[in-house]
Design a protein around this ligand. Structure first.
Ligand code: ADP
Length: 450
């Protein structure tokens, strides 16, 4: 069941219906039973009265009634329950000897089935279920007996229904609050600094969805924390090498152990320029993270954008014997981009394509559909292995660990910056690749509205 609201409604309905049914069934059964008894008592018990009358008629008195009733096998149960008084209201039959011969007034008897002969009441049968203390024979009236029993039955049914509702309520609330309790302890674990805590997902309702979202959030927080630590370590690592080189040479120059010469100054300049680029890249990324990357957007023709990037690399391509082509129809809708930033992205893609392609071709193309303009940079180079492909947009990720790397040119930040810039333009960037055949980077940008 997908909705907690439905679950709760059905649970309350089940409790309500089972309670009502219980009360109805128990009090209904009891009422029917008691009503039958009530009616019988009201109407009297003609069979017993007839039997008594038969005896009276035969003997013209109640003489011998005690012996007869005491010895009549089929009256075994009835005789214990009745008291028979004669026309003068004296007890002529009672199972208990102490009541025999007593006057009715002394016994406080109520109700009773009259025995009549020729219009004259010759006796009365009283039904005594219980003997009260003090030798009295209390006999509640049939009406109050009926009402008392029905009330008792209704009370008992209500009590059982309440107990059932309580049991169902406890079960239900335990089942409902269990995932909430787990969530609470997981958040406490997380606030104590242990990111990544997971909870069980028991259902697909609102609480189940909350648990799934919590798990997702927790994993993302753990991953973000891991990336942050990794990033700090990567930055420290990438700063250390140029700083060590600069420090070594400047110390040598200052204590006179190294003589200044043009190549050394060039090398120092390159290291400083590399440091400056690294810091600039990190600043671009942090601005993009904060959503504050300044963009001077204006409508730009996608083909012109590709030609600009192609032109910047045509010499290098010729030197490597790589065919660099731009393929785009003349009339493409324009895109609203920051020309410098988007050129930076395309330059990065083409530089990478050139780095990993020898004697093949690199194609820069543009197409459009109703809402997007798609730019592609495809090469026929080395390609990227599946494991690396998943990470190439990560900061400081360099897939070619085994291949010799130009430390000054490759920081592992190029594609991370490209992604940040494209996303700041509300676009997307993706990479596809077949190792050994080449790679294709696809940028989708929303069409300019004017
Ligand atoms: P860098 O600035 O070091 O080039 P990038 O972020 O631009 O880093 O690229 C990340 C990694 O992706 C590179 O180290 C490289 O291994 C891989 N890569 C990027 N573009 C291509 C491509 N066209 N062909 C093969 N590998 C590529």
């Amino acid at each position: 069941m997908r909705s907690l609201a439905i679950k709760l409604t059905l649970a309350f309905l089940a409790v309500g219906i089972s309670g009502a049914l219980l009360v109805a069934v128990i009090s209904g059964l009891r009422t029917r039973q008691e009503f039958g008894r009530f009616v019988t008592q009201r109407r009297g018990n003609p069979l017993l009265a007839d039997l008594m009358l038969g005896h009276y008629t035969k003997n013209s008195s109640w003489e011998g009634i005690q012996d007869w009733l005491d010895n009549e096998p089929f009256l075994e149960i009835v005789r214990r329950r009745i008291v028979l008084v004669d026309g003068e209201l004296t007890v002529v039959y009672s199972h208990s000897p102490e009541y025999r011969g007593l006057d009715t007034a002394e016994l406080n008897l109520e109700g009773g089935i009259p025995i009549e002969k020729d219009g004259l009441q010759v006796g009365t049968i009283y039904d005594v279920n219980r003997f009260a203390s003090g030798g009295r024979l209390p006999r509640p009236s049939p009406e109050s007996f009926f009402l008392r029993n029905v009330n008792q039955a209704t009370g008992a049914a209500a009590l059982i229904a309440a107990l059932l509702a309580l049991a169902l309520g406890i079960l239900l609330s335990r089942a409902l609050t269990r995932p909430l309790r787990e969530l609470t302890s997981a958040t406490q674990v997380m606030s104590a600094g242990q990111l990544g805590a997971q909870v069980n997902v028991y259902s697909q309702d609102e609480i189940g969805n909350l648990a799934s979202s919590f798990n997702q959030m927790s994993s993302q927080l753990a991953e973000a924390s891991r990336l942050r630590k990794q990033l700090t370590a990567d930055i420290a690592h990438d700063l250390r090498t140029p700083l060590t080189i600069l420090r070594g040479y400047t110390e040598g120059l200052s204590d006179g152990s190294i003589q200044g010469r043009q190549e050394l100054y060039d090398l120092l300049h390159q290291e400083v320029a590399h440091l400056q680029r690294l810091v600039e890249d990190l600043r671009t990324l942090s601005l993009a993270d904060a959503g504050e990357l300044p963009l001077a957007r204006r409508a730009v023709d996608p083909k012109a954008l590709l030609e600009r990037a192609g032109l910047a690399h045509v010499m290098q391509a010729n030197q490597k014997d790589v065919a660099l082509r731009v393929e785009a129809p003349e009339l493409l809708p324009s895109v609203a981009v920051d020309l410098e930033r988007m050129t930076q992205v395309l330059n990065n893609l083409v530089t990478n394509a050139l780095r990993y392609t020898s004697e093949g071709k690199i194609t820069l193309s543009a197409t459009s559909n109703s809402s997007f303009v798609t730019l592609q940079v495809a090469d026929t180079g080395t390609g990227i292995a599946g494991d690396d492909l998943r990470h190439i947009f990560d900061r400081f990720y360099r897939a070619d660990g085994s291949r010799s790397r130009d430390r000054l040119a490759q920081s592992g930040l190029g594609l991370a910056i490209a992604k940040a810039i494209v996303e700041a333009h509300d676009g997307t960037i993706q990479a596809e690749s077949t190792p050994g055949e080449g790679s294709r980077f696809t940028i989708q940008l929303p069409k300019s509205s004017n």
